[in-house]
Design a protein around this ligand. Structure first.
Ligand SMILES: C[S@@+](CC[C@H](N)C(=O)[O-])C[C@H]1O[C@@H](n2cnc3c(N)ncnc32)[C@H](O)[C@@H]1O
Length: 357
């Protein structure tokens, strides 16, 4: 990580355009339409195996990285999720064969925090990780305390499937209302956004669900990747629970954001320069939780709880906090609890969903 941080400013002084930008310009210029859907560009900007932001291996998250997550605030988040997994295991009747399955485990920090606090006899911890470089980093941290699976088809009969900040990192399609139609934003070889017809029937189906009483120029993201992901875990054969934590809003709150929620993170600064520093900056969107939940329900899942992270985690922690009465929390844990739950920090912008499947 240090090496990249040291070389990047030097390279950018001589080559202000990133390697990925050069590659993209060539690829777009060679395309018959002379453009590509923004979602395809975002996929490459995040996951190109050499030049993508996440492709080349886990970036540092937290103080030395580009952004914080609930995991980077400290081990308390993992401890609380260990309690949740235990509660769900009990709800399922304490099955003998049970696994926690994490997707988007990054460098394995959350897995380590959960495993340190976990108290479920015989439970396995499985990571669903497609990128071999991430698997290596996870193996370095966790050794044989975890196993890797290729897909949810390998899940045991009972499982607690979890992710933190996963769908916000999925590529999204961008659509813009022109006063008469919703058009999809593509990117041309000059790396500028161009409105054009939707690139797939699946996108057209989602566009048909959008309102048409908005001001011209209103821009929104549609995450077909998130909908596919919901279908995949809903249709997997394990019985158990699905826990998802991420930042986002209910559907109507997106209507109050005419520029959409797509943004870029770099060294703890965020802005809307989504076509700058491609491959060097994180691109992310807020989750449309209404749509995520409606898709899960249409696949037969049931919402057990859905709330702002602050309220969700406070409810979850309450029985444990009651056992500490008179002793209190140490200062570091108290600070983490404050960061995770305070409405002005992560308590309100993040939401948690717990689904029964
Ligand atoms: C914002 S980071 C969150 C990392 C970590 N969960 C945390 O909370 O600190 C998003 C992570 O999701 C991973 N990711 C994206 N798509 C994925 C997929 N289909 N399967 C597994 N991981 C994925 C990225 O590689 C990245 O590590």
């Amino acid at each position: 990580m240090k090496k990249v941080g040291f070389l990047r400013p030097i390279r950018q002084f001589f080559f202000p355009v990133t390697l990925l930008e050069t590659l993209l310009r060539k690829r777009i210029a060679a395309a018959p339409s002379g453009m590509m859907p923004f979602a395809s560009l975002m996929e490459m900007a995040l996951y190109h195996p050499e030049h993508g932001y996440y492709g080349s291996g886990p970036r540092r998250i937290g103080r030395g990285g580009d952004f914080f997550t609930s995991v980077s605030t400290g081990p308390l988040f993992g401890k609380l999720l260990a309690m949740l997994a235990h509660r769900e295991w009990q709800r399922l009747g304490r099955p003998a064969e049970f696994a926690l399955i994490e997707q988007g485990a990054h460098d394995g920090q959350l897995a380590e925090d959960i495993l340190t606090a976990l108290n479920i006899p015989g439970a396995r911890y499985l990571l669903l990780e497609p990128n071999p470089r991430y698997r290596e980093a996870q193996h370095r941290r966790l050794g044989d305390r975890v196993n890797w699976i290729e897909s949810l088809a390998e899940a045991p009969a009972h499982a607690f499937y979890l992710s933190n900040e996963l769908p916000d990192a999925f590529p999204v399609h961008l659509v813009r209302w022109n006063g008469q139609n919703w058009l999809e934003l593509h990117v041309d070889a000059a790396l500028t956004l161009v409105p054009a017809e939707p690139s797939s029937p699946a996108l057209t189906t989602e566009i048909e669900k959008l309102p048409s009483d908005l001001d011209p120029g209103h821009t929104m993201e549609i995450s077909l990747a998130m909908l596919e992901w919901v279908k995949t875990f809903s249709q997997a054969s394990f019985r158990g629970s699905v826990f998802i934590a991420d930042y986002g809003y209910d559907a109507e709150e997106f209507l109050t954001r005419p520029a959409g929620t797509l943004r870029r993170y770099r060294q703890h600064q965020t802005d809307d320069q989504i076509l700058s520093d491609l491959g060097e900056a994180d691109l992310t969107t807020s989750i449309n939780f209404t749509r995520l939940i409606s898709e899960a329900e249409s696949q037969g899942l049931r919402v057990l709880d859905y709330d702002h992270q602050g309220r969700f985690l406070t409810r979850l922690a309450t029985p444990w906090l009651a056992t500490l009465e008179g002793c209190g929390l140490d200062v570091a844990t108290l600070r983490q609890f404050h960061s995770l739950t305070h409405p002005a920090i992560m308590g309100r912008s993040f939401r948690c969903v717990l689904l029964d499947k």
